[in-house]
Design a protein around this ligand. Structure first.
Ligand SMILES: *Cc1c(COP(=O)(O)O)cnc(C)c1O
Length: 234
């Protein structure tokens, strides 16, 4: 685990990258939020984020996140947790109980399970719909063509609030492929907003290696692990 000083230096460099990319596309730096991704790193990573002033961190496995939540020292403030990894229906209950937002909703079955669990604890669960905008056979996420139907179901779920869309660029893709994926998500979001007459403000896209491309295509939230905390398992 890196030191807090190294972490804050990485934050400074990341903010610089965001600023440069935002400037290039005529956007305000504040229009791009940073979600630090703490997966595989100890609880200290989340505590660093809290100290630095981040409102939330991303984790991609429910159990790993729960283990970390159990290690927050008493009296220590900790950011909120967002789930960014694939969620199985049988873990929906724990996810609803512990995550402020679930970014990886990609099926009707999961929507209904989340809705029921949220309803049972009188919570409005904030979610993003994950779209396989890069048409990657290895990736989770609803297909672009099926997204409208899934959104329609989500809008009927009284205990769910859909705030936008999320995507992951195809693994090992070059920047051109990633850019096309982000552009697809942006266009889909614009179309869904028009067709459903709703606001879907959040576009969660871009990671350590492709965040400039994502910001150029309108990302409102980049999810960054490696650039902030170093390589996983190192
Ligand atoms: C791990 C992960 C990230 C962060 O990736 P880095 O390349 O380490 O920045 C972002 N989004 C999701 C869904 C992830 O699983």
């Amino acid at each position: 685990m890196i030191s807090y000083e190294e972490f804050s230096e990485n934050c400074r460099r990341l903010i610089e990258r965001v600023e440069t990319a935002a400037q290039k596309s005529g956007r305000a730096r504040e229009s791009v939020k940073i979600l630090p991704v703490t997966k595989t790193h100890p609880i200290d990573a989340a505590l660093y984020c809290s100290k630095y002033g981040f409102a939330s961190v991303g984790e991609n496995r429910v159990q790993e996140a729960l283990d970390k939540m159990g290690k927050i020292p008493p009296g220590q403030s900790c950011p909120e947790w967002e789930l960014i990894g694939h969620l199985q229906s049988n873990k929906a209950k724990r996810a609803v109980e512990n995550f402020s937002r679930i970014q990886s909703v990609d099926s009707a079955k999961l929507l209904r399970k989340i809705n029921a669990e949220a309803s049972s604890i009188s919570k409005i669960q904030r979610v993003l719909i994950q779209v396989n905008a890069g048409r990657d056979p290895a990736k989770f996420g609803v297909d672009i063509e099926e997204a409208p139907e899934l959104l329609a179901i989500a809008l009927e779920c009284k205990s769910i609030s859909v705030e936008g869309l999320m995507t992951i660029a195809p693994l090992d893709s070059d920047l051109k492929v990633a850019t096309a994926c982000f552009n697809n998500l942006r266009n889909l979001r614009d179309k869904l907003q028009r067709d459903f007459s709703i606001a879907l403000p959040e576009l969660s896209m871009g990671m350590s290696g492709d965040l400039e491309a994502a910001i150029g295509e309108g990302s409102t939230m980049i999810r960054v692990g490696t650039f902030l905390f170093g390589s996983r398992g190192a």
